[in-house]
Design a protein around this ligand. Structure first.
Ligand code: HAM
Length: 437
């Protein structure tokens, strides 16, 4: 029988790498808490129409990457539904904002999420069909200040802080403004006109995009097209005064907070809901898929999916790419998963039960304990303990009777007799201070 494997584009995450995933998530949660964000958890599948209307029919995501199926009715009273595994989470968060009338509170909603997303892309390093995003959205009625450029700058400053706290060095923040919906429509026409005489010399994708969604031409990576794209009119020339002022206020606030950025005129992003500020943080170590995260403003998204006016801004980080970047940076330094404080080695199976009681007691005091097995020969216990713990605790008949245990520290090589009641304190002391003989 052929063996079953994880589906192409999906993968299993195993220890010790999962320790790094957990570290990233707890750092993100701690930063979000300091900026007063709360967590939102939305379903991993939604009505297909949400993404078609929110993300946009013509986008790559909706036109070719979604996992969509017809969900058959279970009863006469039900209808078949077209459902889709979420390819991104902004549309779902805004759907929840509308559904729970969060705008009625009059307060700015600051929501973060961590979870899997699904896109049928061609898998490669840093690009998977199931991947995880850590994202956040700031959304509310205009009266809550949701349109203020200060919100954009605060989100970007938070991201710079988060990347720094994660220990990711060498990131670059690219920002741009794609203007209001009217600016974008004007720019689309300008682009269409500018593309007409040259599009025949461009790649097939550009030829298609020039008709369906000219803005997407700016994303083209085909080397031969670059000189033509660089010569196209810039979106900054199509922005009205309002959009220009908004963008200038964002960059002024970033300057004041000393957050470094570069203006990237070609950054228009692949989702239709964006208005005004768009941004990406890239990292050179990632290769072709170099975007660590992306985001921007989506002032009209709520209305696009039938809700009230609710301007917003947010981002999503590719957690898989954060892990890849950190793994490359950490190579050869501290292990991803620290060793346990102690390994308890019962000398003989008759001591197994007492060993469990001892392990229970130590674990309840907060120690990380590995529990061996009395069926193991002492040599095997030592070998196993050395791989998984910093110290080994020998529990023989004598130790049980006397209450004095023998502890060997693997890094110092020291063997110490420790009274039962002092064992927890002894095991939790770092090795350099623990050589107390
Ligand atoms: P996005 O640019 O499509 O934006 O995705 C954000 C990030 O998710 C990317 O920068 C990348 O790190 C990661 N990512 C995307 N696709 C994959 C993949 N196939 N494999 C691994 N990582 C991937 C959004 O999703 C928007 N919802 C962001 C947003 C939030 N905008 C406003 N609010």
């Amino acid at each position: 029988m052929s063996t079953l494997k994880a589906v192409r584009g999906t993968r299993d995450l195993l220890p010790p790498e999962t320790a790094l995933w957990n570290r990233i998530e707890s750092t993100a949660r701690s930063v979000f808490a300091r900026y007063n964000f709360g967590e939102i958890r939305t379903p991993v599948f939604e009505d297909t129409a949400l993404f078609a209307r929110g993300v946009g029919e013509e986008t790559d995501i909706v036109s070719k990457e979604m996992y969509t199926w017809e969900d058959r009715a279970r009863a006469q009273s039900e209808k078949n539904l077209s459902l889709t595994l979420r390819p991104e989470n902004t549309a779902g968060v805004v759907r929840a904002y509308i559904e729970h009338q969060l705008g009625e509170t009059g307060q700015l909603q600051k929501l973060y999420y961590i979870g899997p997303q699904f896109r049928r892309e061609r898998p490669q390093k840093g690009r998977y069909r199931q991947f995880s995003q850590i994202g956040a959205e700031v959304i509310g009625p205009p009266s809550s200040g949701s349109e203020s450029p200060l919100r954009d700058a605060e989100v970007l400053e938070m991201l710079a802080t988060l990347l720094d706290e994660l220990g990711i060095t060498g990131w670059t923040l690219h920002i741009n403004s794609v203007g209001s919906a009217a600016d974008r429509a004007r720019y689309n026409e300008t682009l269409r006109a500018a593309l007409a005489p040259v599009v025949g010399q461009m790649c097939e994708d550009c030829q298609r995009r020039a008709v369906t969604n000219p803005l997407r031409v700016l994303d083209c990576k085909v080397p031969a097209d670059q000189h033509l794209i660089d010569a196209l009119p810039k979106i900054s020339d199509s922005l009205d005064e309002e959009s220009q002022k908004h963008f200038a206020a964002v960059t002024a606030a970033l300057d004041s907070a000393a957050v470094p950025y570069t203006r990237n005129h070609r950054l228009v992003r692949g989702l239709d809901y964006y208005t005004r500020t768009t941004f990406e943080f890239t990292h050179g170590g990632l290769g072709a898929q170099n975007a660590l995260l992306g985001g921007g403003r989506y002032d009209g998204l709520s209305e696009m999916i039938g809700g009230p006016k609710a301007p917003g801004i947010g981002f999503a980080m590719g957690e898989d790419r954060l892990v890849l970047t950190l793994l490359a940076q950490l190579e050869g330094s501290a292990p991803l998963q620290p060793k346990a404080d102690g390994y308890i080695a019962p000398l003989g199976e008759s001591l197994n039960a007492a060993a469990l009681a001892l392990a229970r007691d130590l674990r309840r005091q907060g120690l990380w304990i590995e529990l061996g097995d009395g069926a193991f020969r002492l040599k095997k216990s030592f070998e196993t303990a050395d791989k998984t713990a910093r110290q080994i605790v020998i529990l023989g008949e004598d130790e049980l009777q006397s209450g004095i245990l023998t502890v060997k520290n693997f890094s110092t090589g020291l063997q110490t007799k420790v009274p039962r009641q002092e064992l927890a304190a002894f095991l939790s002391t770092p090795p350099s201070d623990g050589a107390s003989e």
